[in-house]
Write a protein of this length. Sequence first.
Length: 450
Amino acid sequence: MGDLNEARLLAVRTLLQRAPDFAVQSLSSLLATDRSDDNSIRRVRELVSAEARDRRFRSAAFEPLAALWSPRSAVPCLSFPSKTPSLLWQAVKDYEPSLRDQIATAAEPSSGRRETLALLDDICAAAADGLAQRATPAFAALADLLDARPKGCSRLATLLTMAPDLRESIARAPIWLGGVDPDHAAALRIAFRSASEKGPEAGFLYMELLFASIEQPAFILRLVSMIMDRPSDRFLAASELRTIGERLLDAIDRHVGAIKDFDPARGLEGGVAAAAASDAATLIITEFETHLAMSREGVWGARIVQQRQALTLAMEMRLREVEAATSAALPLRTVRVNGKFLRGPPSLSEPPDRAAVDKVMALTALLSGCRTAALVTGFGALRTKVLETQDKALDSYIQDVLDMLHRRQAPAEIARAYLDVAAELFGLVREPKAAELVRRRTVAALSTAA
């Protein structure tokens, strides 16, 4: 490699600063294995290593707020523009030049050393101070960007002052969510009280941060219940945390709507998504009813009752479509006996209709995947009945087609296609092993027929 002058090094540094984190870390790992003595490669390696280390410190310093840079879409939560951490990092290093030297000499942020953790908290404190005062042009520009959302600048500054509390709380949240324990509840109340002292909105922001960080948004109600000793829905609906509850209730409506509106033409994927929506809605309803003192006349209690009914009706409507969809995808011939038309043997004159197959796959995937929701809400009996009907119908259909193959009464390729569909459905209704057994029997029948 030719010698790199300062202008070229500056260009490399600029490119590195614009590169995404994963690219910088990958390049750093790659260059670390290069043992070349080339002076230019060595200088590039040093630049990349320094940039990667800088990124690691940035991620570690602002880690408690990481969930706010890329919020989930299922339930809206507090968020800031995705470029906030990089702008904030550059602004705070320019604002407090001494931090640059400390970062350069500190142990890796993953070391867990007390001095390094203290440095991370100092970085957040300096960032909060600079942002609140709009102390430099960089901070002022960032504040303007944040204030495009209500109270954006002041809220981020408050969260940064709470960084030590948030760092510890996020680490302990899985333990707090694990079950009701007096000691855990006491620790959570102390943490909430300590955080609440950091500003007028600090308590609300503390819960918003946990709401954005935990894996299941509805589990925030467990923490609310521990802090407030299982409050009533009326009380919580009138508190500063009401918007969290309202967003969860809105999410139930969206999940129910997804079940009503889902397009069976999407096939298996659509059915799986609809089943996931039923489970998600059921989880939120269960968390409300378990961790709050709900009243059927309460603001939220009445709405939950309506949502539970809407979920049950939506699922019953879909489950009642399964039998007709199966008949369309796996058609039977109609025979006349004593003046009556009865269902006869499988009709194997034409290949399976793709649209009909997609529809039955979607509905059967929904039937199979909604077990948890069915146990909690009101359509469990219907689901059990439909499953039993489907099990018998598929078992009979598969046996009939196999018999026709053995007797050479069916076109082999068309029979195989229908058996593939039936096997997939059988696996959804029973278990995957059932589908594999049907496929093995199909191969055996085709070999015999051949």
